[in-house]
Design a protein around this ligand. Structure first.
Ligand code: ADP
Ligand code: GLC
Length: 475
């Protein structure tokens, strides 16, 4: 079974959030199950700097008038699956992130960039002759690859099956209507029964509309997005396609996130040596500049600072528990208003609040190893990975019961609240502080958390079942 895994990010080559983690780990698990899988990414400058060497495979021609496009093969010691890169220097070889420039503004030509990426992926799907490798399934991820099924539909050629996975329905890849003609797609796709979305073109909707099968990253989120409240205006389409919509819970990369082998933490530990965790807490308190004190329950937050993550709810009530002697450490970046709020809080509570604004992968590991509680008070959460990292590291997750958080955390392994309100969050924050004083019980909870099975094995098998069902339809 041949699968081309199409993603706009993949750890350790390029990552802005959970999609990067998933695309870094799932292909390897599929490979371990015997799938012949290749990873397709844009050849961003950052990726070209990460891969050890690149080999041009063949020219794909000038696909959209932005210069000749090459398919490159790259190598990286930590990536076991073949890495294919869509190289179009005018679009991808630039400083900054995959979607945004160094100032944090979206690249103005994202519509063109990801139309081209999708077109290249679709071409690889139909033209096995060029590579000698024709995929049976194109596994597409998020809006950046939403146009793949649209190109295939447009060409009408013999094609592989498509599975489109939604990691976050809120990111829709919306562009002006003129994008279609700019990239050479016919206007008739601009329709309610097509890619039209609020008088614009949505790449996410294209994927949802034209892919053969759909999935999202937890069973609960798969249900939630079929409701008006959480469907982002796409609930009708999703409900119509509910037969094809699968909820497949993400796993975590248990090799990368393993407290027994983690080189980024002060002291490695396991379930049996849980007391060594105290050294990591001490180190984290030092790094973030709060007072070193094991008696203080240490709450950690590792997050993009965006409305989705409910950080505003947290900051409204956190003083209540700081007053009780708790501490808060934060690693994140995003909305400047939230960043400012955090920095202000740090000034007010210098001994108890430590804030690191920015992106820092090793520190994310240290946060899991040193925090007593990891906070995930999201308004919605398709799956969420940090609560799973927390479980594995014996930091108890405190989460809102939504999406994948509801599917991965229970009362025995963590703390949950229901309403999107700071009052509900406050109740459970106090509960966590109370629980921390009973260290014996706390340790039992940690042990239970650390025993959870969080790897990719089960979900990789589930994806393979979906691929198989798609291939049967094809035959
Ligand atoms: P999302 O994809 O919505 O951001 P997830 O929980 O699925 O949420 O994944 C977030 C990933 O990004 C995790 O691997 C987390 O550790 C990482 N992350 C988020 N913010 C930072 C940061 N500031 N520094 C390092 N890693 C971060
Ligand atoms: C998205 C979601 C997050 C999920 C991740 C990986 O970024 O916001 O909940 O864990 O994708 O699927």
């Amino acid at each position: 079974m041949k699968v081309l895994f199409v993603s706009s990010e993949a750890h350790p080559l390029v990552k802005t959030g959970g999609l990067g983690d998933v695309a870094g780990a799932l292909p390897r698990s599929l490979q371990a199950e015997g799938v012949d899988v290749r990873l397709l990414l844009p050849a961003y400058r950052h990726v070209l700097q990460q891969v050890e060497s690149t080999k041009p495979l063949f020219s794909m021609g000038d696909l959209l008038g932005t210069g000749e496009v090459w398919l490159l093969q790259g190598y990286h010691p930590q990536v076991t699956v073949p890495i294919w890169l869509v190289d179009c220097p005018a679009l991808f070889d630039r400083p900054g992130g995959p979607y945004q420039d160094e100032e944090g503004s979206d690249w103005a030509d994202n519509g063109i960039r990801f139309s081209l990426f999708a077109r290249a992926a679709a071409l690889l799907g139909i033209s096995g002759a060029l590579t000698g490798w024709r995929p049976d399934v194109l596994h597409l991820n998020d809006w950046q690859s939403g146009f793949v099924p649209l190109w295939l539909k447009h060409w009408g050629a013999e094609r592989p099956a498509t599975l489109f996975t939604v990691h976050n329905l809120q990111y829709q890849g919306v562009f002006p209507k003129t994008l279609l003609s700019e990239v050479g797609l016919p206007e008739h796709f601009y329709s309610m029964h097509g890619v039209e979305y609020h008088q614009q073109v949505s790449m996410l909707k294209a994927g949802l509309y034209y892919a053969d099968q759909l999935s999202t990253v937890s069973p609960t989120y798969a249900n939630e997005i079929q409701s008006t409240e959480m469907g982002e205006g796409l609930d009708g389409l999703l409900a119509d396609r509910s037969e094809q919509l699968n909820g497949v819970l993400n796993g975590i990369d248990t090799a990368v996130w393993n407290p027994q082998q983690d080189e980024s933490i002060a002291k490695k530990y396991s379930l049996e040596t849980l007391s060594s965790r105290a050294i990591n807490k001490e180190q984290l308190q030092t790094t973030l500049g709060v007072s070193v004190n094991d008696e203080a329950p240490l709450f950690g937050l590792v997050s993009r600072l965006v409305p989705q993550k409910g950080v505003d709810l947290l900051l409204t009530v956190i003083p209540e528990i700081l007053q009780r002697g708790a501490q808060l450490v934060v690693l994140g970046s995003g909305d400047s208003a939230l960043e400012q709020w955090l920095l202000h809080l740090q000034q007010q509570w210098p001994q108890q609040v430590g804030v690191w604004i920015g992106y820092n992968e090793p520190l994310a590991h240290a946060m899991m190893a040193g925090s007593d509680v990891i906070l995930v008070p999201s308004r919605f959460e398709p799956c969420g990975l940090t609560q799973m990292y927390a479980l594995r590291y014996g930091a108890l997750p405190l989460v809102r019961r939504t999406g994948g958080l509801a599917d991965t955390v229970d009362q025995q392994s963590g703390f949950l609240f229901d309403d999107v309100s700071s009052e509900s969050l406050a109740v459970v924050l106090h509960e966590a502080v109370d629980s921390y004083s009973d260290r014996k019980l706390w340790k039992q909870k940690q042990q239970y958390a650390m025993k959870q099975a969080l790897g990719w094995e089960r979900s990789a098998k589930h994806y393979i079942e979906i691929y198989q069902s798609l291939m049967q339809v094809e035959e």
